[in-house]
Design a protein around this ligand. Structure first.
Ligand code: DGJ
Length: 349
């Protein structure tokens, strides 16, 4: 009789706790990919083609600020915007951390330039935050793409533009890129070379400001691979990327390697499921294109795949897709999830 009573009390406690946890979970803010995301003031988050870094337990999200009303053809880029968060769902506007100028049309950062895919890396030796972006100079077309470099002493900027360089050891430079910081602090620039679209890698100097020497071709990475995003898990480098179809979505590509310079192995398309807002599945990467992999809390095993849904006619309306990376054995899978919360998903809290 006493045993039954204790069992009954335990059952009641467990049921109440489970209900409380469910209630808390349903109250906490969710990541809803493919919908507009608002910051803490209720404004649309305007940070496209971006990256998210963790510094002193705060996440900083940097991306292209798209000017409302302008199309990509009209050069909608308006500088680099930064947001901060401690949980990846509540974002606080930190303002513009790098501005374009209307006054000096000869400046590298004149309005009407294109400033794509900003990536920020912290250099522990110099204590500088280094911001890289793909830069097409105003009125010079897209034949030559530079990497623009700006630095700051603080993650929330302002960043000071210092210089540009041509990657890939080529006069036409390189296009979409990833900056991968290895465990020992070495930084690599991985990018699609112009004009032949071979995929190349070059090591950056210890101060990260310029490539150290020559670039080499990454064996195993298909030509015309764009939008690379890289993480390392258990000594293996994983690269998520796209094909090359301008702003239109295509199927994602997945490569792995035991060395950052390759040879890389192709593992097909890691995406599964369908985006219910546009009915697009893996064949079009849910309507998105990869831009970055966010290491959750900087941990070695939890990662978030970050894609942008591009709307070239009005990029202010671009959308974000963030999905947890799951592993089947050691193979990455990116499954569509309608709503999720990183803390619940990764820490089961
Ligand atoms: C594909 C790239 O991934 C985008 O960032 C953008 O540069 C477009 N090309 C422009 O066509």
């Amino acid at each position: 009789m006493r045993f039954k009573l204790v069992a009954l009390i335990l059952l009641v406690i467990i049921t109440v706790n489970t209900q409380q946890i469910r209630a808390q979970r349903s109250k906490s803010k969710q990541i809803i990919s493919g919908k507009h995301w608002l910051d803490s003031k209720g404004e649309r988050i305007n940070a496209h083609g971006g990256c998210v870094i963790l510094y002193n337990d705060i996440y900083y999200w940097y991306g292209e600020h798209k000017v409302k009303g302008l199309s990509e053809k009209q050069h909608a880029d308006g500088g680099i915007h930064c947001y901060a968060s401690n949980n990846l769902v509540d974002w606080h506007d930190q303002g513009m951390v790098l501005n374009l100028t209307k006054e000096d049309t000869l400046s590298d950062l004149a309005f009407d330039c294109n400033q794509d895919r900003p990536k920020v890396v912290f250099n522990k030796q110099t204590r500088k935050f280094v911001l890289f972006f793909k830069l097409y100079i105003r009125k010079q077309g897209t034949k030559v793409a530079f990497i623009g470099v700006a630095t700051s002493d603080s993650p929330s900027g302002p960043f000071n533009y210092t210089h540009k360089f041509l990657g890939g050891g080529m006069p036409n430079g390189t296009g979409d890129f990833a900056m991968f910081q290895d465990d020992n602090g070495d930084l690599y620039h991985l990018s699609v070379r112009k004009p032949d679209k071979a995929f190349v890698i070059g090591k950056m100097r210890d101060d990260y400001l310029l490539p150290e020497g020559k670039y080499q071709i990454c064996e195993g990475i298909t030509k015309h691979t764009e939008a690379p995003a890289i993480f390392k898990k258990d000594g293996v480098y994983h690269m998520l990327a796209s094909g090359s179809t301008g702003w239109a979505p295509n199927a994602a590509r997945y490569f792995t390697s035991k060395s950052i310079s390759g040879p890389w192995k192709y593992n097909g398309n890691p995406c599964e499921g369908v985006n219910p807002y546009n009915q697009l599945g893996p064949e079009k990467t849910f309507g998105g294109q990869s831009t970055f992999i966010i290491p959750y809390r900087g941990e070695k095993d939890h990662f978030i795949a970050f894609f942008d849904i591009n709307k070239p006619k009005h990029p202010f309306d671009n959308l974000y897709i963030w999905l947890p990376i799951q592993f089947d054995k050691n193979t990455m899978k990116i499954r569509w999830i309608n709503e999720w919360n990183p803390k619940h998903f990764f820490e089961n809290k």
